[in-house]
Design a protein around this ligand. Structure first.
Ligand code: PMP
Length: 383
């Protein structure tokens, strides 16, 4: 079996698993405790925070450990909206955000906030100028993802950040960075980012772990009430082993990012060319997309049939994003890109990781050709 679903989750680094086990076994103290075991765990947590901060070129006090990006996005978006509600109740996001962002805005709408959803072009990219035009005096927060999790579309964050701040210096800028970290350069200062979310399992760290960067000076209304851990943003006894593992994965991910871009980007380009040459397929990812995602539609065929056929041939791919792959609705992301219902209901995502080689891509392409041969008679003719 070859695993092609790295945008859903990645196999963890061996070093990450080993570190996590070691910290769990040997440094189990509660980092808030005053005795030696607590102090020992506290030191590890402090060091992990410093490593994460160093990786992003920010301060350790600006890093909050979370249970992943769903939590990070909720804390950032709802926390900012609630904290600054007297400043204004207008928020901006895009039509193609991950559900952990999109549904936060939907919830806030039901509670009285006004949300502007900025559309994307046919490549899935938002127009920075158009977004900035929507910023008003009462706009508290703008949230835009770095890389789209279905198509790999990359958003122009530097341009967006600078235009937003020119229009309203007090508007906060949140970036869901989940699919970009380790794949593309991350430049929080250049993007003028106030809040930035990561999920460790997308870059070979543990599942159920991530970080939220909260720029110094930004206050968030805490969604959870409790102790003062994580600056009060996230009360509860810290998961030290997980924090140390996140730090390890972040450091490794950041150090190897240029290599990932070159190595995996090359494999992605050759895979894209192959996909483009198959007349049955419609490519939904653009050349300018992230180096690890290739997304295409096979109109006339239920995507799960293709997924299962490829699985029989030893290839594990996915339909849309993992969180929504079990619902058969047309993809919101593809619909927002102007794709018709048929295309938006037949998407297949291949996402690459460190482990892949040229030979793997050749095997995948052969399997795809075999699958198409087999499935052609089953496809519903268009027109
Ligand atoms: N944002 C994006 C862009 C994602 O791809 C994901 C994971 N599918 C998330 C947020 C949620 O991350 P987590 O699994 O850590 O909750």
């Amino acid at each position: 079996m070859i695993y092609w679903d790295h945008a859903a989750t990645t196999p963890p680094h061996k070093e990450v698993v080993e570190t996590m086990a070691e910290v769990m076994n040997r440094h189990y103290g509660n980092p808030s405790a005053l005795h030696r075991a607590g102090e020992d765990a506290g030191k590890l947590l402090k060091r992990a925070r410093e490593v994460c901060a160093g990786t992003l070129e920010v301060e350790p006090s600006e890093i909050i450990f979370t249970s992943g990006a769903t939590e990070g996005n909720n804390i950032a978006i709802k926390g900012a909206a609630m904290q600054y509600r007297t400043r204004g109740q207008h928020l901006i996001t895009t039509t193609t955000e991950h559900p952990s962002v999109y549904e936060c805005f939907k919830q806030l709408e039901t509670l009285g906030w006004e949300v502007t959803y900025i559309p994307v072009n046919e490549d899935g990219v938002v127009n920075a100028q158009q977004l900035a035009e929507a910023v008003r005096k009462d706009t508290v927060l703008v949230s835009v993802m770095h890389v789209n999790n279905e198509t790999g579309a990359v958003m122009p964050l530097a341009e967006i950040g600078s235009l937003i701040k020119t229009k309203n210096a007090r508007t906060l800028f949140h970036v869901d960075g989940v699919q970009g970290f380790g794949k593309l350069p991350v430049l929080l200062k250049d993007w003028k980012t106030d809040l930035y979310t990561l999920s460790a399992h997308k870059f070979k760290g543990p599942k159920g772990a991530g970080i939220l960067y909260v720029r110094e000076g930004v206050t968030l209304f805490p969604l959870l009430a409790g102790g003062s851990q994580e600056n009060g943003h996230r009360p509860g006894t810290e998961n030290v082993a997980s924090a140390v593992a996140v730090a390890k994965a972040m450091r490794m991910g950041q150090e190897r990012q240029p290599l990932f871009y070159d190595k995996i980007g090359k494999l992605r380009n050759s895979l894209m060319n192959e996909i483009r040459s198959i007349p049955e397929f419609v490519l939904n990812s653009s050349e300018q997309g992230a180096p690890h995602i290739v997304h295409f539609s096979y109109p006339g065929l239920k995507p799960e049939v293709m997924v299962h056929t490829l699985e029989e041939l030893g290839m594990l791919v996915s339909t849309k994003s993992a969180c929504s792959s079990r619902n058969s609705e047309p993809s919101r992301v593809l619909t927002a890109m102007g794709k018709n219902k048929e295309l938006a209901s037949s998407g297949i995502r291949i996402s690459l990781g460190w482990e892949h080689t040229e030979d793997d891509v050749i095997q995948l392409v052969n399997a795809i050709h075999q699958a198409v041969e087999k499935l052609r008679p089953l496809t519903v003719k268009r027109g």
